[in-house]
Structure formats: C-alpha cells, structure tokens
Design a protein around this ligand. Sequence first.
Ligand SMILES: CC(C)(COP(=O)(O)OP(=O)(O)OC[C@H]1O[C@@H](n2cnc3c(N)ncnc32)[C@H](O)[C@@H]1OP(=O)(O)O)[C@@H](O)C(=O)NCCC(=O)NCCS
Length: 191
Amino acid sequence: MEIHIRKATPADAKYIALLARITFREAFGHVWDKDVLVNYLATTFSVQKMESSLQKENNVFWLAFADGLPVGYLKLKKHCPYNTIEDPAPAQLQKIYVLNDFIGNTIGEKLQNEAFNELQTLDKETLWLAVWDGNPKAICFYEKHGFYKHSKYHYDFERMSFDYEIMVKEFKKDSTKKTTARAFAKQERLQ
Ligand SMILES: CC(C)(COP(=O)(O)OP(=O)(O)OC[C@H]1O[C@@H](n2cnc3c(N)ncnc32)[C@H](O)[C@@H]1OP(=O)(O)O)[C@@H](O)C(=O)NCCC(=O)NCCS
C-alpha cells in the first residue's frame, strides 16, 4: 500500500468533511444517541464549516492517501491554551482519524509525525489533546508516541455524559539554542 501525506487546502474541504463524518460514526456511533449523532455530523462536518476551518491561520490539516484514496486526516491548532497546562502557548492535536478499513497501517503515525515536525519548526514545547476515556486503543497509540495522561475533563452533551483524558506531549527546545544559551551564560560568569 502506497501511503502519501500532504497538507490540506480549502479545496480539500469535501474530502475532510466526508472523512470526518464517516470516521466519527465508525469510532463513536455505538455510544452516541442516534438522533443527536445525525444532527451533530450534519452541523459539525458540513463542507462550508470545513472550508472555513481550513482557512483559519491557526489551523493546519493534513490528509492521508492510501493508493490514491483519501483515508485519514489530522487537525492541529497551533495556538490553543488550556487552563491547567503551564505553557501559555501550547498547540492542540484536535483530531486524528483514519478510516476503519485502513487502521493499523501506520497511517496515524505518519500523520502525527507531520504534526510533530511542524511543531518543532514553530519551536512549540507542548502539545495536548483530549481523548474519550472509553477509547483505550487511541490512548495506547498516544502513549506509544510520547504523550502522558495529564488530567481529566468531564463533558455533558445533550443527554450524554463523557469523561476525557487530557494527554500532553512535551518537545525539547532546540538543543543547539540551549547549548548556545548555556555557553553564553558560562562566558558571562567567567568575565
Ligand atoms: C488512533 C488512530 C488515528 C491511529 O491510527 P493508525 O493508522 O491505526 O495507527 P498506526 O497504524 O500508526 O498504529 C497502530 C497503533 O494504534 C493503536 N490503535 C488505535 N486504534 C486502533 C484500532 N482501532 N485497531 C488497531 N490498533 C489501534 C494500536 O495501539 C496500534 O499499536 P500496535 O501497533 O502497537 O498494536 C486510528 O486508529 C483511528 O483513527 N482510530 C479511530 C478514531 C480515533 O479513535 N481517533 C482518535 C480520537 S481521540
């Protein structure tokens, strides 16, 4: 299987909207109230909403293709403070979804690596996400990629009630910059 990942543009709104609808139902359809789900999918993942989300400077989306077919996407919010996270300028991995038929082929890992690279280019130190605590496979995936459980968050929506794990991954500052700063501080002390 040939996997290709690229950044998405507003012209990709239809791909992402369709992927978002299908993958959300595949992942959570069994626990959501049916009527609430139908309504949620139609409003949250409309093509117009996706188009506007793709245009926001703060958002970056990637699309994954397997043998030319769109099969997964990732949404990153570059600046997204969270009240109990010390870093005032963390990023949020807001969505990562792969179609059921393609799960387990390292597509998620490849999507995530794109986001990690972007964050390092932006010199970000903290990435956080919220994952439903009834999704142990995703939690395991995140732990495998360096996230740790930071805190919990409770959310009531319509007639449903969910508990989320807030997970955090920390990136080291550019070590060359640190070394230079350390060397500079030492030199200052010697003078
Ligand atoms: C989480 C997700 C994006 C990972 O993508 P992926 O392409 O399956 O990931 P990879 O192939 O790189 O890694 C597979 C690992 O993910 C984990 N995983 C997560 N969900 C899985 C699933 N449904 N089936 C098998 N493995 C799964 C496993 O721990 C596996 O690790 P292993 O190889 O040690 O067994 C993908 O499984 C997915 O879209 N799941 C459904 C939607 C979801 O839960 N999104 C996250 C919401 S917070």
